[in-house]
Design a binder for this molecule. Structure first.
Ligand code: PEP
Ligand code: MN
Length: 343
């Protein structure tokens, strides 16, 4: 249930509605909006009786919310959310490009890749200081040393940085050095981590789990919003299927659907989605054509020598080509506008 307050309703009226929701045994969550104040009723198992709430001073109307997730849904928040990281807005009209190596590497190589992806059109730099690897014997990331290198990327190149938090105990430390905290596919349902990142209120890039349904992915995002963090970016990165011709199956059919169900930005990571560098560019184009708000890709100045995920890492020239593809696609988009309805 969403209680919509009248324009100009007072703080006292909002407080009284929240108090009444508590008296009914539920938890009120104020939803800030540009044009209205709303209070979401959470914690109910079935329909909420609205008769009393409807008659309270300042209440315009009560709208039942039919989905199990509330704060991430368009029912509660009809306008697109634009998440800000430094000077970059993710979720607006023009696509956001996040590029960089899978892992943070030596300082000089990492700074070189950052300089080159920025010149090629990247808005945000990516690289993992802590890596969740399938094998315990594989490179696990440079850890704290990597975080210091990411800080240098921000300082020297003015690029906001996204990096993964693999464990809640590392959340504060990673948040000190980077702009966006990534929750990896393997951690999408690590609820302790989600709660922690919800409390920190820093932008979070939430990757879809390897076998997560759309509803499970949105419920994971709901954890972050329910803790008071509205700065959530979703990222499709491929799911596990029976196919053995690619690392994962990039599920682009989730993109237009996710955009109708949630107001949060939806990005696509074609690198992990396909796992092979020669197919990243066509899938990048397809992702944008499907309505993604941007792309996250693994890019390196010498991809064969990347510390991790070399097979799917593209070179700078290919990244540059993708940025050009995107500008051609956005010119075409005005012709396709009716097909990209988001509500
Ligand atoms: C990554 O972005 O390098 C990564 C580990 O991604 P995912 O969690 O999608 O596998
Ligand atoms: Mn990777």
């Amino acid at each position: 249930m969403l209680v919509i307050m009248r324009k100009g309703s007072t703080d006292e009226e909002c407080d009284a509605v929240e108090e009444q929701i508590r008296r009914m045994g539920y938890a009120p969550l104020p939803v800030p909006g540009e044009n209205r104040t709303a209070i979401c009723v959470t914690g109910n198992k079935g329909p909420v009786e609205a008769t009393f709430l409807n008659q309270m001073p300042g209440v315009l109307e009560c709208i039942p919310v039919t989905k199990p997730y509330k704060l991430v849904s368009r029912e509660v928040h009809p306008e697109d959310t634009v998440v800000r990281a430094g000077s970059v807005g993710i979720g607006g009209d023009s696509p956001t490009f996040i590029a960089g190596p899978c892992s943070v590497e030596t300082e000089s190589r990492t700074l070189e890749v950052a300089r080159r992806v920025k010149a090629a059109g990247a808005h945000i730099f990516r690289a993992g200081a802590y890596k969740p690897r399938t094998s315990p014997y594989a490179f696990q990331g440079l850890g704290e040393e990597g975080l210091h290198t990411l800080r240098l990327v921000r300082e020297e190149h003015g690029l906001p940085v996204v990096s993964e938090v693999i464990d809640s105990s590392l959340a504060e430390k990673v948040a000190e050095h980077v702009d966006i905290l990534q929750v990896g596919a393997r951690n999408m349902q690590n609820f302790a981590l989600l709660k922690k990142l919800g409390e920190l209120k820093r932008p979070v890039l939430l990757k879809r789990g390897i076998s997560a349904t759309l509803e499970e992915w949105l419920m994971a995002a709901e954890y972050l919003l329910a803790e008071g963090n509205p700065n959530v970016i979703l990222c499709e990165r491929g799911v596990r299927t029976f196919n053995n011709h690619s690392r994962n199956t990039l599920d682009l059919n989730v993109v237009p659907l996710a955009r109708t169900m949630t107001h949060l930005p939806v990005l696509v990571d074609p690198s992990h989605g396909v796992g092979k560098r020669d197919r990243v560019r066509p899938l990048a184009r397809a992702s944008l054509a499907a309505g993604a708000h941007g792309l996250m890709m693994e890019v390196h100045s010498n991809p064969d020598t990347a510390y991790s995920d070399a097979a799917q890492t593209i070179d700078i020239e290919t990244f540059e080509g993708i940025v050009k593809d995107a500008s051609i696609l956005s010119q075409l988009e005005s012709l396709f506008e009716p097909a990209l309805a988001t509500d």
